[in-house]
Design a protein around this ligand. Structure first.
Ligand SMILES: [Zn+2]
Ligand SMILES: [Zn+2]
Length: 352
């Protein structure tokens, strides 16, 4: 049995673009719970948007001054009474929301959409992954296949899961060219997974030249276009004047949301996963007359997270190629500064 210390340091986010280190007792798992030794705990755009700069979130995005980090991945080191599947030594991704377990959404695995007062997301309303240990409900764990790294797993917990869910809902396949607006971490995920699902051409757009360069260097997109007044014409040129059969906005920016719709072929599908803000567009011109199906998609389900890691194993691809910054917990302030700057690939806090 691995020795477990009594105390640990955890990172909280006071909401003024700083991080705070606090000391906590290492939790003891109760009934149906496990203790996870954290191996990787990545930073999500939502952490920056709704917590780090200021505490903007309400309801499911309300931050309760807990240990931050909602993309945790690690190894089970203690198992509480009543656990049924996981054992010490198992590698696990944590689906980042613990739901009530008995509502319709929870029963379908969409604990993200649980509206019960018992719902709590790791890193938002209950302690998350920015500490050496995490107390998790066994029913939020997904086994990490041996072929995947802990960073792979962390990236699946929110970002890759979000991209996968939207692509899956749009049924992206070899019939499609795929347009990805916003090449931040979720956009890179959409590009990589879209290609794995068969998209024959992937076109990405972003305002950041460094993010476009990264997407090209990683081989995740066929074309990375600067987001400006000429982008739509360039997309049309690359698609024989049709546009892409499927598109996904991963930026949350109004102009990129509109571009995603404009760049979608007639009868195509468009998904919005980038959070926050608003969008205004001519509904007849860009949605109705083009016969477009528009999806809103929020995170993923427990079942689809499990499916995602299985597919990654089958496809032999690694989300961790998009993780360009890996820092130890003691450098969490720098990790958040880099993530907030928005010029790099994924940022992760790694342990050991
Ligand atoms: Zn997230
Ligand atoms: Zn529920």
């Amino acid at each position: 049995m691995q020795h477990i210390p009594d105390a640990m340091t955890g990172v909280t986010l006071p909401g003024n673009s700083t991080v705070e280190f606090r000391e906590y007792p290492v939790p003891v798992p109760g009934h149906g719970q496990v203790l996870i030794a954290m191996k990787a705990s990545s930073i999500c755009g939502s952490d920056i948007r709704a917590i780090y700069r200021e505490h903007l979130g309400k309801g499911p995005e309300g931050y309760q001054n807990v240990i931050a980090g909602h993309e945790p991945c690690g190894q089970v080191v203690r198992v509480g009474p009543g656990c049924k599947r996981f054992h010490e030594g198992d590698r696990a991704v944590i689906y980042h929301i613990s739901g009530c377990g008995v509502c319709d959404e929870c029963k379908h695995g969409y604990m993200i959409s649980c509206r019960s007062e018992h719902r709590a997301a790791y890193g938002w309303q209950r302690d998350g992954g920015h500490a050496a240990f995490l107390l998790a409900e066994e029913n939020t764990l997904v086994k990490l296949p041996d072929s995947l790294t802990y960073v792979d797993g962390a990236l699946c917990a929110c970002g890759y899961g979000t991209a996968y869910e939207a692509l899956r809902r749009m049924q992206v396949s070899g019939q499609d060219k795929l347009l990805v607006t916003g090449l931040g971490p979720v956009g890179l995920a959409a590009a990589q997974l879209g290609r794995a699902l068969g998209a024959t051409e992937v076109i990405g757009t972003d305002i950041s030249s460094s993010r476009r360069a990264l997407a090209v260097d990683l081989g995740l997109v066929d074309h990375a276009l600067p987001a400006d007044d000429a982008t739509l014409d360039a997309i049309m040129d690359l698609t024989g004047g049709w546009g892409c059969e499927a598109s996904i906005d991963c930026s949350g920016a109004a102009s990129a949301r509109l571009l995603a719709l404009q760049g979608t072929r007639d009868w195509g599908r468009c998904a919005y996963v980038g959070e926050g803000g608003e969008v205004t567009f001519e509904v007849s011109k860009y949605l109705i007359h083009k016969q477009i199906t528009l999806y809103g998609s929020w995170v993923t389900s427990l079942k689809h997270l499990e499916e995602l890691v299985e597919r990654l194993d089958r496809w032999g691809i690694h989300p961790d190629v998009t993780c360009t910054e890996r820092l130890p917990l003691r450098e969490a302030a720098e990790a958040y500064r880099i993530a907030a700057d928005g010029q790099t690939g994924k940022v992760a806090i790694v342990f050991e």
